[in-house]
Ligand binder design. Structure first.
Ligand code: BGC
Length: 707
């Protein structure tokens, strides 16, 4: 909690220029922070260091725990685990000497090709909100300021800084705002605005969404910070409700050229012409106006009130005070600084078993052919501001070798698939798909597969901030590699290391498919534990997997990537599984889908107050993890078209062989409500059906509830 009298007293002592200094970025003298606000020594106000990002702490040339991608965290459907994960992120931030973490990324997954989907949670607002709140409360518990981002509708990287999202109020309220609201309610000390505009107004100066909705309506009392070079008109931004501008451009200068504006590499070197694909995803520092350049004159001219300046400073100081920075009684980090075990736990728990024809788990003694272009490298994440430098790396082949008792052979089959990094592209490096001198050797992979009991093929995509993926296919000849290996060994397992949905054209030919996302530095040991059944795959899909042309944004440029710099969200609230339900399209793998190595039966469901209860029995002879999901079907009498079903909550439980467990799932009010343009949040009276099951397309029990 912040002490308002301490903050108010400081406000009376600060000069105007000191106040302005507290509203914008400066150079971190240590060169470590991503964003830095200078303190005021005279009044014992310390500096504030902000650091990226959602997958771990990013400090140039320093190592930190490289955690799994947030989409994989969401796949656990487990808010308690997500809170512990958030706490580890907070503690890692603390031990790196930083004060605010630029995380979580909590934009809804609307576009399956979005280059940053791996940094976000889900296509569903209730799941995104639950994860967001859990991660925020974990970070803040360590006396670190959480910064949910990017507020709001930054749902694609193509033209992210120049596009306007055209969204109606109902869609905004029901889909895109809930995860931010949940983050605020969970105690986020800061919120980062998006680069894009919404309905024609840049989010950095969106009075309605920033001042009216976020601050007035939701009661957010922390500071709102711009995305890097995200402000175009400083005064409009400050008047709109932006409190802090990053990374700061000195008076009279533009572009991130002078070392004074060094921003950890988020801008291009001046002499280099950046490729169009990246350029269209980058903000232009030259059109960005900084607070230090513009605010003094604006206040003199009466264009910006001194009250507003005081409010900006009050919010920054309040957030600093809330983590003990002003009083000097910041708590010491409460969790260990060794996050290896947790990184392993979340990486295994987020792994989704999509298909299994009696091939997994692997027998310890089985002879395994491990195949794939990148089996000798851990997949840490996608490119951009979330990149981290890991403390250690466990490659898939090493994890499997360490665990196997049978013979293990390794074959790349294809040249290495290169990582894609916004920073490297900005520095002029090639965007080529492959980056090693290795020759393709699909025949070698086929021969190895034919000789083994089981073939395990690792495939991957490549994604980065600033660029959307061209399509949902695997890069290079990986589909061909899988087809050929599957033809040689009918016990072929495919492990997919991708940051979001992909197409799986070979899925009928293979025995098992494991969706392993970007698992971070523990990649090899975590996937080995799942493949050998030491840990039951606890993950379920937080996004629908389907052919690219069946998603709501497909084949309509207006919806994606936009026409004339406007992207129309006219699919409305029908995103993700809501679209597939409405259009009656069978997805490849539905939202919520994922298998266990155990088998479960569900009893009938009973609704008690705002929750639903079922008994779940493990009918197999091994311990397994079941994720029980609840959906709400609105009354048929509703006069407004509503989704067929809306996800309302889930519980993840580990159940011993033969054991029956009573499970309670709290039903989120959002799943009952709709946003009415005249009456605001409304619950249509009538009979709601609570569905309990294993995915949006696998309902095992129902119960009715009158509202
Ligand atoms: C990203 C933010 C990030 C910031 C600072 C921007 O490019 O959009 O997510 O926090 O840079 O690195």
């Amino acid at each position: 909690m912040s002490d308002t009298s301490r903050v108010d007293r400081l406000l009376t002592q600060l000069t105007r220029s000191e106040k302005i200094r507290l509203t914008h970025g400066a150079v971190d003298p240590e060169g470590r922070a991503t964003g830095y606000i200078q303190g005021v020594d005279r009044l014992d106000i310390p500096s504030l260091s902000l650091v990226d990002g959602p997958l771990g702490v990013r400090i140039p040339a320093e190592t930190s725990t490289a955690f799994l991608a947030p989409i994989a965290l969401a796949a656990t459907f487990d808010a308690d685990l997500a809170r512990r994960h958030g706490q580890a992120l907070g503690a890692a931030t603390r031990s790196a000497g930083q004060d605010a973490l630029l995380a979580p990324g909590t934009n809804l997954i609307r576009v399956p090709q979005n280059g940053r989907n791996f940094e976000y949670f889900s296509e569903d607002p209730v799941l995104s909100a639950a994860m967001s709140a859990a991660v925020v409360s974990g970070i803040e518990a360590e006396d670190v300021i959480a910064t949910p981002k990017h507020y709001v509708a930054n749902n694609q990287e193509t033209y992210r800084a120049s596009i306007s999202a055209s969204i109606d109020d109902r869609t905004l309220r029901e889909l895109y705002l809930p995860s931010f609201r949940a983050a605020v309610n969970a105690g986020a000390g800061s919120v980062m605005t998006a680069y894009n505009s919404v309905n024609g107004t840049r989010m950095s100066d969106h009075h309605e969404l920033v001042s009216e909705v976020l601050k007035d309506e939701w009661g957010f009392d922390g500071y709102v910070v711009s995305d890097w070079y995200g402000t175009e008109m400083a005064v409009a931004a400050a008047r709109g409700g932006l409190d802090v501008e990053m990374p700061a451009i000195p008076m009279g200068e533009t572009a991130g050229i002078e070392d004074e504006t060094a921003d950890q590499g988020n801008s291009a070197p001046e002499e280099f012409e950046i490729p169009e694909t990246v350029a269209r995803g980058m903000p232009d520092p030259a059109t960005c106006e900084g607070f230090n350049a513009a605010l003094p004159a604006a206040i003199e001219a009466g264009e910006l009130s001194t009250d507003r300046l005081d409010d900006m400073v009050r919010r920054v100081l309040g957030a600093m005070d809330s983590i003990g920075l002003l009083s000097g009684d910041r708590t010491t980090a409460s969790v260990e600084s060794d996050f290896e075990d947790l990184a392993f736990e979340v990486a295994t728990r987020g792994t989704v078993l999509l298909k299994n024809d009696n091939t997994l788990p692997l027998a310890d003694e089985a002879d395994i052919a491990v195949i794939g272009p990148n089996i000798d490298t851990a997949l840490l994440g996608g490119g951009g501001s979330s990149e981290t430098t890991p403390e250690m790396e466990s490659a898939p082949i090493d994890g499997i070798r360490a665990r196997a008792i049978g013979t293990v052979t390794e074959t790349y089959g294809l040249p290495r698939i290169a990582d894609l990094s916004m920073f490297e592209l900005l520095a002029g490096e090639s965007a080529d798909e492959t980056d090693s001198g290795r020759e393709p050797d699909i025949d070698g992979a086929v021969a190895a597969a034919a000789d083994a009991d089981v073939a395990v093929v690792f495939v991957r995509d490549r994604a980065t901030e600033a660029i959307d993926k061209d399509d949902l296919r695997l890069p290079g000849r990986q589909d061909e590699l899988v087809e050929r290996v599957a033809a040689a060994n009918d016990r072929t397992v495919v492990v997919c290391n991708t940051g979001g949905p992909i197409e799986l054209p070979w899925r009928e030919s293979v025995a098992a498919i494991v969706q392993n996302w970007y698992p971070g530095q523990v990649h090899g040991e975590a996937i080995a534990a799942v493949l050998y059944g030491d840990v039951d795959p606890g993950g379920r899909l937080p996004v629908t997997f389907a052919p690219e042309e069946t998603y709501p944004i497909a084949s309509d440029e207006r919806r994606y990537p936009g026409v004339d710099r406007t992207v129309n969200y006219d699919e409305g609230v029908f995103v993700g599984y809501r679209w597939f339900d409405r259009e009656e399209i069978e997805p490849t793998y539905a939202f919520g889908h994922g298998k266990s190595y155990a088998n479960f039966t569900h009893s009938s469901a009973t609704v008690v107050d705002e929750s639903v209860r079922v008994a779940v029995q493990n009918t197999s002879d091994r311990t397994g993890r079941e994720v029980i999901e609840a959906f709400i079907r609105p009354p048929e009498t509703s006069t407004i078209e509503r989704p067929v079903r809306e996800f309302a909550g889930a519980t993840s439980v580990s159940i011993a062989p033969g054991e029956e467990r009573a499970v309670t799932i709290d039903l989120d009010e959002l799943a009952f409500s709709r946003y009415d343009l005249e009456q605001s949040w409304t619950v249509d009276p009538g009979e709601y059906v609570v569905e309990v099951g294993r995915s949006s397309r696998d309902i095992r029990a129902t119960a009715a509830i009158e509202r």
